[in-house]
Design a protein around this ligand. Sequence first.
Ligand SMILES: CC(=O)N[C@H]1[C@@H](OP(=O)(O)OP(=O)(O)OC[C@H]2O[C@@H](n3ccc(=O)[nH]c3=O)[C@H](O)[C@@H]2O)O[C@H](CO)[C@@H](O)[C@@H]1O
Ligand SMILES: C=C(OP(=O)(O)O)C(=O)O
Length: 426
Amino acid sequence: MDKLRITGQRPLEGVVQASGAKNAALPLIAAALLTAEPVRLNNAPQLMDVRTLAKLLRSLGAQVEQDGAQIEINAAGVDHYEASYELVKTMRASVLVLGPLLARFGQARVSLPGGCAIGARPVDQHIKGLQALGADIVVEHGYIVARVATPSGRLQGARITTDMVTVTGTENLMMAATLAEGETLIDNAAREPEIVDLANMLRAMGAQISGDGTSQIRIRGVEALHGAVHSIIPDRIEVGTFLCAALAARGDVTVQGAEPAHQDALLDKLREAGAQIDTGSNWIRLRADALPGGRPRAVSVRTTEYPGFATDMQAQFMAVNCVAEGAARMTETIFENRFMHVQELMRLGAQIDIDGHTCVVRGVPKLSGATVMATDLRASAGLVVAALAAEGETLIDRIYHLDRGYDAMEVKLRGLGAQIERIRGQ
Ligand SMILES: CC(=O)N[C@H]1[C@@H](OP(=O)(O)OP(=O)(O)OC[C@H]2O[C@@H](n3ccc(=O)[nH]c3=O)[C@H](O)[C@@H]2O)O[C@H](CO)[C@@H](O)[C@@H]1O
Ligand SMILES: C=C(OP(=O)(O)O)C(=O)O
């Protein structure tokens, strides 16, 4: 297993390029299953999760080729409708093939996604919504077995109100509804930029969708969708991770290829912490090289659905609070077990008390490098941010979690002056 070795307290300076968003790329790749015509995605990130989903689509009979930041998908030859446990267990987002398979082929057998460290993450809302669209669904032997049992063989538009706001749930239902007969209204829909990106590509494929970006999405089903070319939005979590790293390590970093409008909640918190933020149409610059007192101020956050503070940024922002002046309260409201980085941050000298869904972080003047273990994707990113700020050497084990969702992270950080290297495992 690969590890990262980081020697901290090097000033981070310069320009870094953001990649396309993992959480947009995955539903967009799944959406290509909705048509027999080719779909081309530009600005695609090069990530383990993208490779895993590509492998899953190939196992269904699709052709998928990635060449750098371009992915070509042709789902004309799909003749299998089963996503096996072996492929689904490493990545929850594989459940995104359920809606498209059901809508285009009338059947799907998709393994329940494997257990994930950050919470139980059931898919009951995906199932409930697809049932409302007319699917017969049973869960047996660890698989969701779904069939369209309507007289026309097509899903039927319906009103769906999800019990909670779910991102991939909204995406699955949106994709399924594009080929349904009649109109679907998804109420309590997620409003994330990745939902809007998916709606934009589905529209380019001929779908009729409105209301994306609000909590009511309306879809008028069409008989067939066609091919499209689409450019994936920037990865706001990757961008945020670089900004947190720049603040924690007190640098001056410009992230190019970013979308500042997607980052309001985070930029507010970074400013509150003392960072100077400047933005342009597609870049964000964070300056923390002249903080009053030399340290950021501790800032409390509460994770919520978009446009609130993203749960996927909680660990990285906690790393900033670990070296800040003062104390901050951090509340996680989306996932029940997303504080696994706390124990590892404490190995670096952080002072954190956990009480259920809330942590109180008391900033210390200095963290000190140690050997730590990555437990999930953003926990790993939080450890990288902390290690960049820590004195001495930190060894981060199990970075396969990081590779799921960051495109060449150590190469990009090295470009900013970080001392970071990958140690290849056997
Ligand atoms: C690939 C992708 O886009 N992943 C993102 C997506 O995950 P994902 O789409 O899996 O997260 P959801 O928005 O669905 O989860 C939100 C909450 O709803 C619960 N829930 C969800 C569905 C369901 O059927 N039943 C249920 O109880 C979950 O357990 C969780 O507590 O949104 C999360 C919340 O912003 C992010 O952290 C993930 O990075
Ligand atoms: C939790 C995440 O991803 P996933 O939903 O793919 O597990 C994430 O991107 O932080």
